[in-house]
Structure formats: structure tokens, C-alpha cells
Design a protein around this ligand. Structure first.
Ligand code: SF4
Length: 467
């Protein structure tokens, strides 16, 4: 299954996005900066913020190291609680499992709450192909689904849009009068979605964490949609990445606080849903299924260098802090996960040859590591991935020849001076003296060589002094 990685140069897509945007609204810049300011304010409220960060980083790392054992514990709890667990090796298998479960119910329309994992496995496409229409019920996801787009941010999927964009979209797709008033727009969405909630027989949700000691499935949301999706329908299907296990409810409480404070700068999110199994009373789901997805995670787990990325709690703080993401937003990255975490996750999960440009689309400034609540060393992982990428290049890759020639020229002053003379002469042959360099001058101007070298200028100066 395709995971939507870019087929053209990542940098090229980023520059295209900047060009397309021109002087338009810089939603990314404003929204990410606002989130970072809110995060800093929340962090300042806790004098022991750094101690908490260290503690939760260690707990998260210990959970990651013990994932196989924690899953054994989880499966036993799920069995006791009446939850049916399914393990899927890859995206295709996971999507197929979900489609199969829904087909057994005979419905052709389901409701969904927010889940990046469902984006990763291409679930909506698989459902549509099987004649099942998924309705996204998170407001941001609902908006991007109506636009036929994918989310541009992990926690704020419609960050690239403003209220006027949403007003125009709702007028066109929902047939309501145009307005850019956020409460009215939210009411329109609520009215459209309420009908879906009340008639849905199957609900699909993501999983922020599963608690090994108790089997709880925890979802963190800011809208009531997560609860509607998991309490109204007869069947609930939860999709969970293999690494999203935490040891205890105590660890979950700490993670929840750090997740909200780091990602959106809230003290807590509005909702924390804990689901333990099918309903025992007259209302609630009769069947609860959980689909645990590997899709490259076990391979990352086995790689000691890369394993640390599995600590990620998908808070989105690194996207907010990243100077590259702030300029270009989420879509130009091409994969499902954008920004610093995406630059590591996409090549780690799918192989560096599948996402060859991701590790290089970074200035390695370190802002991501500084803000990450679970201290993932993103710049170090990016360097590791760069080394891996260089190591997988064929001997005949033209870049090897370029660097070999560069080394020969730069290691011998005579060769360097001769090459500089040739380059200075050659640039006069091009309009405006700008020499085209494939892949470079498509998006920016090449620097011009000086009319004379420093040595020539210095020698000329000495001659003048002598005269
Ligand atoms: S890498 Fe860290 S900051 Fe980025 S999404 Fe994951 S947990 Fe959040």
C-alpha cells in the first residue's frame, strides 16, 4: 500500500508551497508561534517541569524497551474485559481487518474520530473502495475531509486554513449561508454531525495509549466527538500503533498532562476517554475491537539507534517549534507525518530509500529536541538517517563523482585556482552571469563568482604599493 511519500524532491515541494502562498495568510507561522507561547506559559507554571519531563521520558523509554512483555499483559487484560484484539503486520492488513469487521455488520456509513494511524494505513480510501463512507467527526478532520485534503498537523489538522476558508467551504458543501463567525461555523458542523452520530452503528477511533495493567484504551480529545463515536454505535473499532502502551494509569495521568501542555499549551485537554470493553448496561457498544498495527514499528524497535522515536506521544510540539514547518506547513512533506517527527518517522517506518529527502530537510537547529516532552533526540536521529541514506547509495550515484572531483580540486591550490578561473570565464556565457545548476537554480539564484580571486586582488594591491 502506498503511504503517500513524495515522488519529487521534498525541497522542491517546499519551495513550490512558499511560491504558491506568496503574501497570503501565514496561518502556520501565527498558529505554531501561539502554541509554543502557550506551551512555555504552561511549563513555567510547574517549577519541576523539567523533572517531570525526565521522569516521563524514563517511563516511556522503559515501556518502549518492554513492549513485547507489555503486549502479553495487555492481551490478557483485553480478553478478561471482553475486547477482541487483532494484530496487523502492515497497513494493508490493518485496513483489510477493519473493512472486514464493518462488512459483517452490513452498514455502508460509519463515524470516525481523529486518528493519524488511520491516515497512515490509508483507511478512508480502503473503506470507500469497499463502498463504506467514513465520516470524520473531529472538526478539523471534518473540514479537511470536505476539502479532499489530508491533515497538515498532528493535533491541528486544519491549521493551514482560516475562518474565511472554512466559511466558503461550508457554504459550498453544506449549503449554509456564508459566515466567518467561528461559533456559527461550529454550530453548522455540529448540526451536520449530530445526525451522523445518532444513526451510526459502527464507530472508529484512534488510541493515544493502552494501559497494560488494566487494559484501558485512552483517547485524548478536545471535542465531544470522541465520546459520541465510542458510546453511541453498537460496534467500536479502535486502531492503535504497536508502541502506544503505557504501564499504569499513573503513567497515563502524567503523560496526559505533558501531552496537553506541550502540544496545545492547555493544562489538560477537555476530554480523556477511558474505554475498558463492551457496555454492561443498556447503552453503549456491544462489541469492542482493537486493531494493533505494526507497519514498520517492530523493525524500528529492533534498531537500537532508532528505537527512541517510539517514545513519541504525537503531541505535535516539535512541529510548532520547527522553523522549517513554520514556513512551509505540513503538506509539502508529502507523507502522513510532517515536521521534525515526520522527518524521522517516515524513513524509519518505511525505509530511508522510501523517504530519501526527509532526513535532509532540516537545519538541525535542535528546537524540536528542546521542546519534545519525551526528549527524543531528533537531530541525532536525523544524522543517523543521513548516514544510512549515504550508505545505501550506489557506487555509480553521480553525487559520488561530484564529491570526488570536489576533493581533487580543493586539495591542490593550483587545481583550485584553475577551476576558479574556468568558472569565472564560464559564467559570462549565461544571461546575467547566473550559471544554472540542476536542482538548485530551479528555486533560487546561484551565487556569482567574484570578478577576481582574493589572491589576484591581493597581488594587485601589493604591486600598486610598490609603484
Ligand atoms: S517527537 Fe516529541 S514533540 Fe514531536 S510529536 Fe513526538 S512527542 Fe511530540
Amino acid at each position: 500500500m502506498s503511504h503517500g511519500l513524495p515522488t519529487q524532491s521534498l525541497k522542491k515541494q517546499m519551495f513550490e508551497e512558499l511560491k504558491r502562498r506568496g503574501d497570503g495568510p501565514l496561518n502556520y507561522k501565527q498558529n505554531t508561534q501561539k502554541s509554543v507561547r502557550a506551551r512555555d506559559a504552561r511549563a513555567a507554571e510547574w517549577p519541576d517541569f523539567e523533572d517531570r519531563r525526565d521522569r516521563i521520558t524514563n517511563r516511556r523509554q522503559s515501556a518502549v524497551e518492554n513492549l513485547p512483555a507489555l503486549h502479553e499483559q495487555l492481551v490478557a487484560r483485553w480478553e478478561e474485559n471482553g475486547v477482541t484484539a487483532h494484530y496487523a503486520a502492515d497497513a494493508g492488513e490493518a485496513a483489510g481487518l477493519v473493512v472486514g469487521l464493518i462488512q459483517k455488520t452490513g452498514v455502508d456509513r460509519i463515524v470516525k474520530s481523529k486518528s493519524m494511524l488511520t491516515e497512515e494505513i490509508g483507511l478512508n480510501n480502503a473503506l470507500e473502495q469497499a463502498g463504506i463512507h467514513p465520516v470524520e467527526t473531529d472538526l478539523g478532520e471534518y473540514i479537511v475531509q470536505l476539502r479532499g485534503e489530508v491533515p497538515s498537523h498532528i493535533t491541528m489538522p486544519a491549521m493551514h486554513l482560516n475562518r474565511r476558508d472554512v466559511g466558503r467551504l461550508f457554504a459550498e458543501k453544506l449549503g449554509v449561508p456564508y459566515t466567518d463567525d467561528p461559533p456559527t461555523l461550529t454550530r453548522y458542523a455540529r448540526e451536520a454531525l449530530r445526525k451522523e452520530f445518532l444513526s451510526a452503528r459502527v464507530g472508529i477511533c484512534g488510541v493515544n495509549f493502552a494501559v497494560a495493567e488494566t487494559g484501558h484504551i485512552a483517547t485524548v480529545t478536545n471535542e465531544g466527538n470522541g465520546r459520541m463515536v465510542t458510546s453511541q454505535p453498537d460496534m467500536v473499532i479502535a486502531l492503535m500503533g504497536w508502541e502506544r502502551v503505557t504501564q499504569s494509569l499513573g503513567d497515563l495521568a502524567e503523560l496526559w498532562q505533558l501531552l496537553s501542555r506541550s502540544g496545545t499549551g492547555q493544562r489538560t485537554t477537555v476530554y480523556l476517554n477511558l474505554m475498558q470493553g463492551p457496555a454492561e448496561g443498556p447503552t453503549g457498544p456491544r462489541e469492542v475491537h482493537i486493531v494493533v498495527v505494526d507497519n514498520g514499528r517492530k523493525k524500528v524497535h529492533a534498531d537500537r539507534e532508532m528505537q527512541e522515536v517510539l517514545r513519541c506521544i504525537r503531541c505535535g510540539a516539535c512541529q510548532n517549534a520547527c522553523p522549517v514547518y513554520r514556513q512551509v506547513g505540513g503538506h509539502p512533506y508529502g507523507g502522513v507525518y510532517a515536521g521534525p517527527i515526520g522527518k524521522v518517522l517516515e524513513p524509519a517506518l518505511h525505509g530511508v530509500d522510501e523517504a530519501p529527502h526527509h532526513p535532509f530537510a532540516s537545519s538541525l537547529c535542535g528546537a524540536c529536541e528542546e521542546i519534545c516532552p519525551v526528549k527524543i533526540p531528533i537531530p541525532k536521529l536525523l544524522l543517523d538517517l543521513r548516514h544510512k541514506r549515504v550508505g545505501t547509495r550506489s557506487k555509480h550515484d553521480p553525487e559520488h563523482t561530484v564529491w570526488r572531483v570536489y576533493r581533487e580540486v580543493m586539495s591542490e591550490p593550483g587545481r583550485y585556482e584553475a577551476a576558479a578561473r574556468v568558472a569565472r570565464g564560464a559564467q559570462r556565457l549565461f544571461p546575467g552571469g547566473a550559471m544554472p545548476i540542476p536542482g538548485w537554480t530551479d528555486h533560487r539564484e546561484a551565487p556569482k563568482f567574484a570578478a577576481q580571486s582574493f589572491r589576484e586582488w591581493y597581488a594587485g594591491r601589493e604591486q600598486k604599493d610598490e609603484r
